[in-house]
Design a protein around this ligand. Sequence first.
Ligand code: IPM
Ligand code: MG
Length: 361
Amino acid sequence: MDATIAVLAGDGIGPEVTQEAVRVLQVVADRFGHRFTFVDGIVGGRAIDETGEPLPEETLGLAVKADAILFGAVGGPKWDDPQAKVRPEQAILGLRKHLGLFANIRPVRVFPGLESASPLRPEIVRDVDLVFVRETTGGLYFGPREEGTERAYDTMLYTRPEVERVVRLAAEMARRRRGYLVSVDKANVLAASRLWRHVATEVVQREFPDVRFEHVLVDAMAMHLIRRPRDFDVIVTGNMFGDILTDEASVLPGSMGMLPSATLGEMKNRHGHPHGLYEPIHGSAPDIAGQGIANPLASILSAALLLRHSLGLEKEAQAVEQAVEHVLAQGLRTPDIAGVGENTRVVSTTEMGKAVAEAVG
Ligand code: IPM
Ligand code: MG
C-alpha cells in the first residue's frame, strides 16, 4: 500500500519520540512491502515562533491531504502565558475541529511485568485492559463562551447527532472487544448530561442490544477507575469528563510514556479508512527534552493504532504491538520505567526505538 503520513512532531520531546515511531513505521513498510511517504509540518510553539500561529494554513493543508497524522506534542514554558491569545494547545483543538475528529480513543493496558510501575497495588492493576472513547469536538471545549475580567463562562452544549455518533463508535468497539460499554455523565445535575444519557440509551438499545450497557456518574467513575479498573471494557464520555478521566487512567500503567491515542472522525482517507490523528497522551515534557531519555513507546504504539485504524493494516499493527511487548519482556526500560520488573536495562529513546524496529523486522 502507498500511504502519506503527515508528521507533526511539535515541541519538547515531541520530535524525539516521533522520530522513533517513524523509524518503526519505515521498518513496517520494508518488511510488509508498503510505501509510506512522510511529510513534515510545523505545529505548536515552534509554529508560533516561525509564523505567529500554532496551526499554520500550510500544516493544516498537508494534514488534511495525508492519509493520517502522526502527532508528537506541543507546548512549553516559553509559550505558557495563560493570558496569551495564541497558545500551542490550540493546534490540537484546531486539528480536531477542522478535520471533524470527534472521537478520541485512549486504550489503557497494563503490560505484563510492568505492574509495579503503577503507584496502585499490583493486584488492582494487573490485566487492566480498557478503552476510553472521549468526545472531542463538542461540549465545554467548544460551546458558546464569554471571556472577561469580571465575568466569564463556558457552556456544555451537546446535540443529538454529536452524542449518537460517538456512542455508536464506542458501542461498535465494545462489540469487537468484551461487549461491555459504560457511559459516563453527570445527569443528576447537568441538562447536557441528561440529553447525553437519553440519546446514548436509545442508540444502544436500538442498534446494539447485544452490548451490556450501563451509565455511571462521573464522580463515581473517578473512584471506580482506581478501585476496580479491571471491571471496565469500553467507557464513552464527553469532552471535559474524558479529558480528566483519561489523565487519571494514565496512572494505572504507571507511566504516561506508554499510552497511545487515536482521534477519529467521519472523514475518510483515499483508502476508504477513517482519517485520524495519532498521538501519545503525554505532553511535550520540556523538563526532559533533548536529553534522549523520553519513552518513545507511546508514540510507537500510536503508530500501531495508525496502521490499524487509518490504513487497515491489522497484521502490521499487531507486529508493532508484539515488538513492544518483546522488548519490554527482554528488560529494556527507558528511565521513566527503570527498574520495573526483573533483569532490566536502562536504554535511551533511540535505543528503545531501534530495539522495537529490529523486533518488527
Ligand atoms: C488532551 C490535552 C488537550 C485537551 C489540551 C492540550 C488541549 O489535555 O489531549 O487531553 O484538553 O484535550
Ligand atoms: Mg488532557
